[in-house]
Unconditional design. Structure first.
Length: 278
């Protein structure tokens, strides 16, 4: 029997990358999944976001594990859509035990060049969207009467500052404030709230021309290879690695939401190859 047998997890940004990895890893341990993703573009983001085909692949991988999944197109900026998605998922799957507010975007600019739209999209998705995710889910966690676990995805940028990422750093630091407040607010209901803080993760969010241009401005983005940008990312970490894998974050989340961490709440957990100590 898996560590999450009989549990249901609500995951945002589940169509690919870390979100898909979390859905599959939790399903491997017995959880059924409520999955949402934008499945659209954001004008200020310079790389392709997840598609309907990506979400269908997440569904395929979860169902291949003989677990149930309810997948919905929903924008974390839209509180009503999130509520409808989680309400429908609970109606079909019977309960809610775990919430992973994972959806997020990245873009880069120095402060004087950052547009209002860049700032607003970042805060709306990476901070307000996290709040709206939790708000939609908490009534269902309370209704179960058996506690629950919430994990908010922050970043090493939620612990330290990074140049050309003022909006991202502000949002990810804001997530830490939410964790500390929610952990206190929800503790009487045995609902635990923690955050994970990845270093660079080997996903489309870092492997795209926008990010390559930010980390290797000495080269034309189209000419930058994985090895070129890997050198830049490795310089951020204490351990001699370029980036971690999505499953590394998923494994940390699995621990946080399982009974192995039943008394862990209000914690900021780096999975960062030592990035925050550099």
């Amino acid at each position: 029997m898996g560590k999450l047998e009989g549990k249901v997890a609500f995951i945002t940004g589940a169509a690919r990358g870390q979100g898909r990895s979390h859905a599959v890893r939790l399903a491997q341990e017995g959880a059924d999944i409520i999955a949402v993703d934008l499945l659209d573009t954001v004008a200020t983001v310079g790389y392709p976001l997840a598609t309907q085909e990506d979400m269908e692949e997440t569904v395929r991988q979860v169902e291949a594990l003989d677990r149930r999944i309810v997948a919905t197109k929903a924008d974390v900026r839209d509180g009503a859509a999130l509520k409808a998605a989680v309400d429908d998922g609970v109606a079909q799957l019977g309960r809610l035990d775990i919430v992973l507010a994972n959806a997020g975007i990245a873009s880069f600019a120095p402060v004087e060049e950052m547009t209002d739209e860049m700032w607003d999209d970042m805060i709306d998705i990476n901070l307000t969207g996290v709040f709206k995710t939790v708000r939609a889910a908490v009534p269902h966690l309370k209704a179960s009467g058996s506690g629950g676990a919430i994990v908010l995805t922050s970043s090493t940028a939620g612990i330290k500052g990074l140049a050309n990422l003022a909006h991202y750093v502000a949002a990810k630091h804001g997530v830490v404030g939410l964790v500390k407040t929610l952990a206190n607010e929800l503790a009487p209901h045995m609902i635990r709230v923690n955050s994970v803080h990845p270093t660079s993760v080997d996903t489309t969010m870092i492997h795209n021309e926008q990010t390559y241009a930010a980390f290797r401005p000495d080269k034309a983005p189209a000419d930058v290879t994985r090895d070129d940008v890997g050198e830049a990312f490795q310089s951020l970490n204490a351990l001699p690695i370029q980036w971690v894998e999505p499953v590394d974050i998923s494994n940390a989340i699995l621990w946080l939401v399982s009974d192995d961490a039943r008394y862990v709440t209000g914690v900021q957990l780096p999975i960062d190859a030592g990035s925050v100590i550099r």
